[in-house]
Every structure is written in C-alpha cells, then in structure tokens.
Ligand binder design. Sequence first.
Ligand code: PTJ
Length: 238
Amino acid sequence: MRERVIEGYEHSVVAAAGLIAHGRGEAFDYLIGEESGPFAASSITASACAFILAERPVVSVNGNVAALCPSELVELSEAAGAPLEINLFYRTAEREQAIERLLRSSGARNVLGVGLDASAVIPELGSERRRVDPRGIAAADLVFVPLEDGDRTEALVAMGKRVVTVDLNPLSRTAQRASITIVDNILRALPALIREVRRWAQRPRSEAVQVLDAFDNRGNLSSCLTFISERLHTLAQS
Ligand code: PTJ
C-alpha cells in the first residue's frame, strides 16, 4: 500500500499531505489489528442500504483513494449507480488530469468534477474542495467521501446530504461528524461494500429502510473505541 501511495505521489495523483495522511491511517490500522472489525461490517451494511435508497448518490475521489483502489472505485460506482467525481483539497489541473487518466485506465467511462465542470460551490468552505460539479456532489443526496477532511464533511452534512466515509481514525472530525462511518482500511472496506451493495440491490427496499433506521453511528464508533481499548489491554497483559 505504501508503495502505491508513493508511486501516486510521483505521478501527481497523491498530494504531499496525502503521504502524511497515509501514515496516520497505518498507525490506526495497527490499533485495530489490521483486520476488519465487527464495527466495520455493520457500518458497511448500513452504507450499502443508504446507497440503494439514495436517489442521487455520488462517489467523491481524492488522490489517496485513487492511488490505492482505482478499479474498486469504478466497480462501486457501477454497482451503486453513483458517478465518480474528482474532488481535491489540494486541487491543481495537473492532479485532476492525472487522477482522471488513472480512473479512465481503470475502466471509468464518465468522471465528473474536472476543470470547468467543477463550477458549483459548497457554501462556507474555504479550500479548493469547495468547487464541485453541479451534476454531481452539488445535486447529490448521498456523498461517499472516503479519507476526507473534517471541514468538508461538516459542510456536506450542513447542506442536508447523507455523508458516508471510510476512515481508520475513529476520532477524526470526519469519522465523528459523518452520517455513516466505516472504520476500516479502504482496501478492505471497498470490496466488502461493493458486495453488500450488490446484495442489497436484490432485496426489498423496505428492509434496507429498517437497517438504515436502526443504525447508530455514534454507538458504532463507541464499539470501535471499546474494541481498541480492550485489544490494547489484552496485548499489554500478554
Ligand atoms: O487528494 P487531496 O488533495 O484531496 O488530499 C487528500 C488528503 C488525504 C491529503 C486530505 O483529504 C486530508 O488531509 O485528509 P485528512 O484530514 O488527513 O484525513 C484522512 C484520513 O484518512 C485520516 O483520518 C487517516 O487516518 C485516514 N486514512 C489514511 N489512510 C487510510 C485512511 N483510512 C482508511 N484507509 C486508509 N488506507
């Protein structure tokens, strides 16, 4: 994974800050034992239900996610009927184009948010990430924003959108503020999410509504923190 991120940086896909973000993720992955916990499974099921029920879901793509799992992003986009939109914190034309090329070479047919297409604006957001595509994130009712920064998550939630994230750090502002937080490594979470979206696409919508209504993000984050503290306690005793 580390090599992929470094290679992404060398090809202008990953921002310099993305290298640091990756290291932060690795540290939290050690804490959960580099395996998907039960808290990941329940949030992945809730996310799949949210995708199926959404009218205009969008998959937001940044440099780290593009470098780590471009093919899975394309698969998820197709399974969920959710367009891919490039949305960068450190936006440059060079990075946008490098990520678009990578997504297209991984099978993407349509990529939103590139160049002048990102003409709408998320209110109250200062970074370049405020620029979004009017056909994508601006009009979406659900935005999937893995490895996201806190300001943007808060701004999207304030706009009334359902925000689904993947973040190994259960204490990050994004993890805390998103509607559904998958605390897992993006490389393990995406294949599981794609499988769940396909499974729930075959099931009655009323069941998906029940699952989503019953999901408690705060309670799930709490279980994750309890899991980490008990695991550390056990390791400390051994
Ligand atoms: O490509 P850009 O310009 O949009 O910039 C992307 C970064 C990642 C630099 C930007 O979004 C950023 O600064 O994000 P943060 O605030 O560092 O948040 C990223 C979160 O992702 C952190 O909480 C990390 O723990 C987490 N993370 C890193 N690697 C992984 C991860 N979570 C899941 N899987 C990973 N592999």
